[in-house]
Design a protein around this ligand. Structure first.
Ligand code: PLP
Length: 501
């Protein structure tokens, strides 16, 4: 049986590591990531930072930057929309990056195309604005979706489609499979219907079954599989799973560059989309003399508005090759071991009076979940500690974690029992509320404390990171909410933020 630790002192780290390795023998197979961290991610140690927000953004290896800078220093790159020598070189690199994305996700070029976008949200918007929703069609998102998937409902509604959310069920916060199946069975023959769910929740880390893809398609649905939180630490094999639309952001997988994502789209599904406009680069010809005269280009070209982020696209191939050289399965294994250890420690962390210190939202074991853990912290009398204080104290300890609702309001509403009637009041205010206003309102009006904290492990997380995080959590043991100091969040001075003094 896995042992939970009671002594989180610095002196006990080596002993805890030895016990951890015994319980998770496969961790040893990921050892090269420790070497890689030392050589490629040395800045973590240099600045003494404990990075636990991989679901927010991944970290890049130093060599990714060097390779990219060397390419830029050496080359002369023109806008790929031309046919001159510098443009042709760039076009070649862009197309090479595009085909490597397909290769990385094992997607056949006969079946899928890669549309480069600014991020996952950009990919989602492309689908939302162009999906042929009409009064006979349905949009079926999950409660557990990110807001950029929720936002598609605005396009669906404006075209008269019916929007129905699939609830997630406590305590594991998985989709209600009976409700889902019942909804999937309700489609009008010949209508266009879109089912959109996350492969992995950015709130709870729950991995929703990929089996739903084929089941939904068999009933006449198009399936959008939001893979932004899944792809960084899991193999997404598009020769096995065939969602119609797969949005993702590359910085979440390998940190650099930001500003590039993609929509992997099945060609047959893409043909259904009706773009609401055209832009430079998306048409072969148009004329200013007639209304509606334009020919949209086929496949990805019809969806990449204007000039792509061309200088950064070679860095996408560099980043993906970096991940492939490590092996996504090795990253997955490491993340699983560290998550398993964290979950066990967290659920067993108690105040001296026996009250649990932590409430985890979502699965507390490794079954069908990834390396994202959301939780709240309670004092010995059961009072929930304000996430803002925890965040400020974590900052002081050089721990980067995340608080708030993570752009996933549906799961937040479920775990904090915020009912529809209560939420209706929020949207009935004379002026828009900030998240902090909302938080204060939930506390004062409804005695709710929707404090959620999220940690997530990733590519170069190590045992010391998670141990020191537990050390931090342990510091709340036996402390009353009222006695926990209020600290101001200050801007850290490291990296390129040079202290001017
Ligand atoms: C599951 C999920 N979907 C979509 C997004 C949106 O990604 P981006 O902000 O890069 O567009 C995120 C970001 O955290 C996410 O976690």
């Amino acid at each position: 049986m896995e042992i939970s630790i009671s002594d989180y002192s610095e002196n006990n780290l080596d002993q805890a590591l030895a016990a951890f390795k015994k319980y998770y023998p496969s961790f040893e197979s990921t050892h090269r990531l420790d070497n890689l961290r030392a050589s490629e991610y040395a800045r973590l140690e240099k600045h003494n930072q404990i990075y636990l927000d991989y679901t927010g953004g991944g970290l890049y290896a130093a060599s990714q930057l060097h390779q990219h800078m060397a390419l830029l220093e050496e080359g002369i790159f023109g806008n790929p929309h031309s046919k001159n020598p510098t443009s042709l070189v760039m076009t070649h690199l862009v197309e090479q990056a595009r085909s490597y994305v397909l290769e990385f996700f094992n997607a056949s070029p006969d079946e899928y195309v890669v549309i480069f976008t600014p991020n996952a949200s950009g990919a989602l918007k492309l689908v939302g604005e162009a999906y042929p929703f009409n009064a006979h069609s349905r949009y079926l998102p999950a409660f557990d979706n990110h807001n950029s998937v929720n936002g598609i409902r605005e396009f669906a509604r404006s075209k008269g489609a019916t929007v129905t959310y699939i609830p997630t069920v406590m305590p594991e916060l998985r989709m209600d499979s009976a409700a889902l199946e019942a909804e999937l069975n309700q489609v009008e023959p010949g209508s266009d219907n879109l089912f959109a769910y996350p492969a992995q929740s950015n709130f709870t880390g729950v991995q929703h079954s990929l089996e739903w893809i084929a089941m939904a398609q068999a009933r006449g649905w198009d399936v959008l599989l939001d893979s932004a939180a899944f792809a960084p630490t899991n193999r997404l094999d598009l020769s096995i799973w065939k969602p119609d639309f797969v949005p993702l952001s590359f910085y979440k997988i390998f940190g650099y560059p930001t500003g590039v994502g993609c929509l992997l789209a099945r060609k047959v599904a893409l043909q259904k989309l009706q773009r609401p406009w055209f832009a430079g680069g998306t048409i072969s010809i148009t004329s200013v003399q007639g209304e509606g005269w334009h020919y949209l280009l086929e496949n990805e070209a019809g969806f990449e508005d204007g000039t792509v982020n061309y200088l950064n696209l070679p860095a996408i191939e560099i980043g993906l090759r970096h991940i492939a050289s490590i092996g996504i399965d090795i990253i997955h294994e490491r993340v699983a071991c560290l998550t398993g250890w964290l979950l066990n420690q967290m659920i067993n962390l108690r105040h001296s009076n026996g009250h649990p210190l932590v409430q985890i939202f979502g699965p507390t074991n490794l079954k069908e979940r990834g390396g994202t853990i959301s939780f709240s912290v309670d004092d010995p009398e059961g009072a929930r500690i304000d996430y803002r204080r925890i965040e400020a104290l974590a900052n002081q300890a050089n721990i980067s974690l995340r608080t708030g609702c993570f752009c996933n309001p549906g799961t937040g509403e479920i775990v904090h029992h915020l009912e529809k009637e209560e939420m209706a009041q929020v949207f009935n205010q004379p002026a828009a509320l900030s998240f902090d206003d909302f938080f204060d309102w939930a506390q004062s009006e409804h005695n709710r404390n929707p404090s959620t904290i999220r940690i997530s492990v990733g590519i170069v997380s190590n045992f010391a990171d998670v141990y020191r995080f537990m050390q931090f959590l342990h510091s709340f043991k036996d402390k009353l909410d009222a006695d926990i100091q209020v600290v101001e969040i200050d801007y850290p001075k490291y990296g390129l933020l040079r202290d001017s003094a």
